[in-house]
Design a protein around this ligand. Structure first.
Ligand code: PXP
Length: 237
């Protein structure tokens, strides 16, 4: 099971002062030292944390695969086709939101989503869709040609009743439809166990908590502890 460390909020801290630190490349290397398998960044339309030059530098100067989270826009599609990250995760985006608030509405996007995914796939980029654990949305992801679905764990993280069972059912559906199953949003040391224990889930993307924990123990130690908890949940050491 892979851990993708989302380093957006290292950039949030940097941008708060318009400084050139903390350095994103150093953050990626620290995450790698803790056992991160990939680096996840969300290039938002308003560039509030990650910027275009960050993506270019991370791709050029460190060796972990990059998972680029992005909105379904022509601008972002072109950036991905130029930059060629290992993977992209398509997310909904609203300007005023504090963070991604829900899954993508793959049903509403309909056939247009398949057209959006096609050139990315043709360029060898693995496309995942960030979705709520909703059977109709998962079906739509398969029709759009997605390689993976990242299940939105925000509802579970906020202790919504019944949410774990929905995620378990959704993960089984994603795999049965031949897609890879990822999960993320709002995961912490306290709540990662049950999500990491879902057998079909092969990748978790975790950001805000790890960067917060890094304030106290450092990013390498925070990532190493998260990875350890994931492995324990999976029946490892
Ligand atoms: N996955 C996706 C698609 C996201 O948009 C985010 C937030 O940027 C995350 C995972 C990570 O969420 P968190 O920062 O709450 O760990």
């Amino acid at each position: 099971m892979r851990l993708g460390v989302n380093i957006d909020h290292v950039a949030t801290l940097r941008n708060a002062r318009g400084a050139d630190y903390p350095d994103l490349l150093r953050a990626a290397l620290a995450a790698e030292a803790g056992g991160s398998d990939l680096i996840t960044v969300h290039l938002r339309e308003d560039r509030r944390h990650i910027r275009d030059a960050d993506v270019t530098r991370l791709l050029a100067e460190q060796k972990l695969p990059i998972n680029l989270e992005m909105a379904v826009t022509v601008e972002m599609q072109q950036i991905a086709l130029d930059a060629r990250p290992t993977a992209v995760c398509l997310v909904p985006e609203r300007r005023q939101e504090l963070t991604t608030e829900g899954g993508l509405d793959a049903l509403k996007l309909g056939a247009g989503l398949g057209e959006f995914v096609r050139p990315l796939r043709a360029a060898g980029i693995a496309v995942s869709l960030f979705l709520d654990p909703d059977p109709a949305q998962i079906q739509a992801a398969q029709q759009a040609g997605a390689a993976a679905v990242e299940l939105h764990t925000g509802g579970y993280a906020h202790a919504k009743h019944g949410e774990l069972a929905r995620l378990q059912d959704a993960a089984a559906q994603v795999r049965a439809l031949g897609m890879a199953c990822h999960a993320g949003h709002g995961l912490t040391f306290a709540n990662v166990h049950e999500i990491a224990a879902i057998p079909q889930v092969e990748e978790l993307n975790i950001g805000h908590f790890l960067v917060s924990e890094a304030v106290f123990v450092g990013l390498t130690a925070a990532v190493a502890e998260m990875k350890r908890l994931m492995m324990v949940a999976r029946g490892g050491i």
